[in-house]
Design a protein around this ligand. Structure first.
Ligand code: PEP
Length: 245
């Protein structure tokens, strides 16, 4: 039995005051039967740690360096540093990182490996663009993206969380139908099962305009084990409703 996981990706949003307000409001609405985590912008990680410690809500980074420990990598933050602030998760390969920072499958796989090496669970994002879907390439694209992580991690792929996020659904208000998403999730699980029997227990999240009114239908699908939530994670009542879906 897989426990649902809902992760809020705050992206580049917030301030100290907003972080405090959002988390106080959210904590007043919990607890939830699903696992819940938030990924704030890094300057707020210590504040988030202080506010969430002992609450049962976890936290993580929106990205992590492929380089471990310390070193001359200006602008990078290592998994060791995320661990230092009590983080559980690091998102890797979000489509916004792939698009705006030219991150390729190999770099994403290296980031996942660096995270796991420090005990941070990578949330490995995969997803096709609208053009790729329309050309019938959805499976080829997501399987290529996931395949790079499988090759890099071997059987340890069983320790990651996968997030299927169709690029055309992120922040657009367009959502994959539960059937469209389930079809991709089922094939991703088949690909994972070929690498490790642990895949039966792995969580594959859906992301892309998940809202309180569509979350329950998506999460009811047999291979959808929760969500990676962008916009709706910035409003406590919406995020709470999704965590309950
Ligand atoms: C995301 O950023 O991972 C995401 C799914 O965003 P949104 O929910 O806003 O589409």
């Amino acid at each position: 039995m897989r426990k649902t996981l809902v992760v809020g990706n705050w992206k580049m949003n917030g301030s100290k005051a907003q972080t405090e307000a959002l988390l106080s409001e959210l904590l007043a609405l919990g607890p939830w039967s699903s696992d819940v985590a938030v990924c704030p912008p890094l300057p707020y990680l210590a504040q988030v740690q202080a506010l969430l410690q002992g609450s049962g809500v976890m936290w993580g980074g929106q990205d992590v360096s492929a380089h471990n420990g310390q070193g001359a990598y200006t602008g990078e933050v290592s998994a060791t540093m995320l661990k230092d602030f009590g983080a559980t998760y690091a998102i890797v390969g979000h489509s916004e990182r792939r698009t705006y920072h030219a991150e390729n499958d190999q770099l994403v796989a290296a980031k996942a490996k660096a995270a796991l090496a420090q005990g941070i669970v990578p949330i490995v994002c995969v997803g096709e663009t609208r053009a790729e879907r329309e050309a019938g390439h959805t499976d080829a694209v997501v399987q290529r993206q996931l395949g790079a992580a499988i090759r890099s991690l071997g059987a340890r792929i069983g320790e990651v969380v996968v997030a299927y996020e169709p690029v055309w659904a992120i922040g657009t208000g367009l959502t994959a139908t539960p059937e469209q998403a389930q079809a991709v999730h089922a094939r991703l699980r088949q690909q994972l099962l070929a690498a490790t029997p642990a895949a039966a227990q792995m969580r594959i999240l859906y992301g892309g305009s998940v809202k309180p009114d569509n979350a329950a239908q998506l999460f009811a699908q047999p291979d959808i084990d929760g969500g990676l939530i962008g916009g709706a994670a910035l409003k406590a009542s919406d995020f709470d409703a999704i965590c309950r879906a």
